[in-house]
Design a protein around this ligand. Sequence first.
Ligand code: G6P
Length: 517
Amino acid sequence: MHRAEVVMSPESTANRLIVVANRLPFIFSKGTDGQWQTKHGTGGLIRAMVPTLKNRGGVWVGWPGVADADAQDLELVLNRLTHDAGYTLHPVGLTADEVHGFYFGFSNEVIWPLFHDLQSNCNFDPEFWRTYQIVNRKYAGVIAGLAAPDDFIWVHDYHLMQLAIELRHMHLKNRIGFFLHTPFPPLDIFLKLPWRFEIICGLLQFDLVGFQTLRDRRNFLQCIRALFDQPRIEGEGQVLTIRVSHRDLCSGYDGDLDAERKIRVGSFPVGIDYRYYAEHAASEEVAKLASYLRSNMQGRKMILGVDRMDYTKGITNRLEAFALALRRYPGLIRHVTLVQHAVPSREDIPEYHELKSEIERLVSEINGEFTCAGWVPVHYILHNMSFDEVAAYYRAADIALVTPLKDGMNLVAKEYCAAQVDGNGVLILSEFAGAAAQLQKGALLVNPYDIEGTAESIYTAVNMSQEERVSRMHGLREVVRDSDIFCWVDSILHAAIDKDLSHFPVIEDYIPHVDLV
Ligand code: G6P
């Protein structure tokens, strides 16, 4: 089986897997007693990589989530977490100015909105770019200090696109892989970025560049074709090869400038730890909690949304679609309840503040319009829920409404399917989520900008026959099971050492369907 084939020994110091991400998987803060407190980080990257490192061991390099933290002061807590986690946590300290320019600024006010096609939310401040480079260099310094020549360095996400070029400047020859958890935008949008050439050249210093979907890889290759004079792109299937001369890359390379760099570029849809979710959802505690949640619904259908509080998640469009469904189909009144769980995120960025107010305004507007004795249409949950609670909601919900405006993958869609151990829930999924490619056959796909279409899909899901629900959910669970997180890791590690990928699940493409009238 493919799982045993790639040898990368995490426990020894040779051949380790070094995962690098902006954040460590825990967020640290000082309590009023002056002691460090920790909580789990949120988001798809952490949800994907934690089971990976738990399974294989290795090192996780990242920022502890607090500015100006003293590494020595943190050491005790990090050692304890390392011991419990089964892999080593290695911090990168950032100053308050660096957090401002690199994390809030370039990462989350330039790249995040741009890569989600929301260019009007971008703030192209040149200071952000300068700090981004400085901080990428800082990460590179930390990695150069700990990597052995045979370690595989696996860099994650849009915060660290300049990391390989910085490592190459430091003469590191290791294999370095990159995986983008977000979408990669179409050419016309990418070209708006004032530092487009630097970003592309930086990405081409990795040995392997991975995207979530074939759509993202297509967009990236289009940018390569636009920015380079006749690049060589070879191969077919899941992983292609790009060849570019060092001269074209303008990287300050001090070897033969006519020699070529070979970069592998693939599409690797990230998965979840399916078994863990399914077993957890089937556990007695979760079953009890789920039946309690169901009994509270008093026979009504539960529609569930679970998201980080982010403007890319389409929460406001979803609320509008729900309200429209209630207006159009009065039969739904008293018979459906929307439970929207939102996890606060990036609260120092103005757009995120405004979003919270807008969501709260809409929730109270809908509840004001429709609430009647014994029924409140929208239950809005802003506080953190335990893993058991989220699993119970997934299990109890009749419908999951996963409607991001654009999303790299969206693991909530997959977690919902895995936790559907009773097998009859309906997934309504945005066609702009990366997950749409794999889940297109079982889900009801919607364009989240189309409020009327989404409202119709809510109505269809509520009225879907038991037989159809079961058959769709069965297919969805199979896909999520067969391309789980371990399959994802193995396929990337195979690709990193140029191994054949033909025994992995075939990568599906999704192209939105347009009705020409
Ligand atoms: C997305 C990104 C991750 C990020 C996560 C949470 O999933 O792809 O890189 O970690 O959001 O966002 P935050 O800014 O809190 O790290």
